[in-house]
Ligand binder design. Structure first.
Ligand code: SAM
Length: 283
């Protein structure tokens, strides 16, 4: 919602809240086969992408989300070579994944090619790894891809999708998690953006339940700030085919040779520390 062309504000009915940024210019708008994509220039947050009128990312603070969707899982797998990103069309998660030298293949399965083309134009800083020879792009439905995936051939699946409505709805189901479980190798990890811990406890509970029913041995949620998303506080839920205890390659994280703005070894451990209401609310 734009107000006198001065502010873009997203109202969250479910949470009874709203978040807005001051905008300078509406740069682009298009209706793709899947969704409405808008790009704005803002006063203080750099460029902004919205999908179907909802904040997707801003240049200023997307690092929080992209780093926390990637590095915790990558540093918890003993040898993260083959990574599949479902969604992630803005390519920010792909950029973070490819900072890890152990990764040999990173496939991004994004249903809407226009998201990636617009990211290349308006968020080139997120697309700097797109020419990496390890990167591969498939524009299609991640649900279909996972159903047809070769068993045991993936080390980490990252589901960087929009909210569980429309094309993304099927990415939050036991059937999809079962397909992920089959596609993953024995040390495999699945990590999925799991919305706001403050506003979406019911969804997070259903994700935990469905991941366990799909056969994952261990399911944990991690938390991080994300100002432009409802409540300003976000989560990712990680599922392991084996127990996640003792999986953190802390020394490797401490010695990491690539730059981050939020993630580090201490933040990794803090992110998995559940607030009291969350522990009590987890069924
Ligand atoms: N950071 C954002 C968030 O947390 O809301 C998500 C970033 S990314 C732009 C989300 C992407 O998921 C979109 O580009 C959308 O097209 C994609 N997507 C939604 N459903 C999908 C599906 N079934 N298969 C593949 N990509 C999908």
């Amino acid at each position: 919602m734009t107000d006198n062309n001065l502010w873009f504000t997203e109202q969250c009915e479910h949470g009874g809240s709203a978040f807005g940024v001051k905008i300078r210019e509406h740069l682009h708008s298009e209706q793709t086969e899947y969704q409405r994509i808008d790009i704005y220039a803002t006063e203080k947050f750099g460029n902004l992408m919205t999908i179907d009128g909802l904040f997707m990312l801003t240049a200023r603070e997307n690092f929080l989300y992209h780093e926390m969707m990637s590095h915790p899982a990558l540093f918890m797998h003993p040898s993260p070579e083959r990574v599949v990103i479902i969604g992630g069309g803005d390519c920010g998660t792909l950029r973070e994944v490819l900072k890890h030298g152990r990764v040999t293949h990173a496939l991004q399965v994004e249903i809407d090619e226009r998201v990636t083309r617009l990211a290349e134009e308006f968020f080139p800083e997120l697309c700097i790894a797109n020419d990496d020879p390890r990167a591969a792009f498939l524009f299609g439905d991640g649900i279909k891809w996972m159903k047809e995936a070769v068993p045991g051939n993936v080390d980490i699946v990252i589901v960087d999708s929009t909210d569980p409505v429309g094309p993304a709805e099927g990415l939050f189901t036991e059937d999809f998690y079962r397909d992920c479980h089959r596609a993953l190798g024995s040390d495999g990890l699945l990590v999925q953006q799991s919305e706001s811990p403050l506003f979406n406890m019911d969804l997070i509970n259903s994700i935990h339940k469905a991941m366990r029913s799909a056969g994952f041995a261990d399911v944990r949620t991690l938390f991080f700030p994300q100002p432009c998303y409802p409540s300003g506080w976000w989560s990712a839920t990680m599922a392991g085919k084996q127990s996640l205890d003792g999986r953190f390659r802390e020394q490797d994280a401490l010695r990491k040779r690539f730059d981050t703005q939020y993630y580090n070894a201490a933040m990794h451990k803090a992110a998995f520390t559940a607030p009291e209401f969350f522990s009590k609310g987890l069924l």
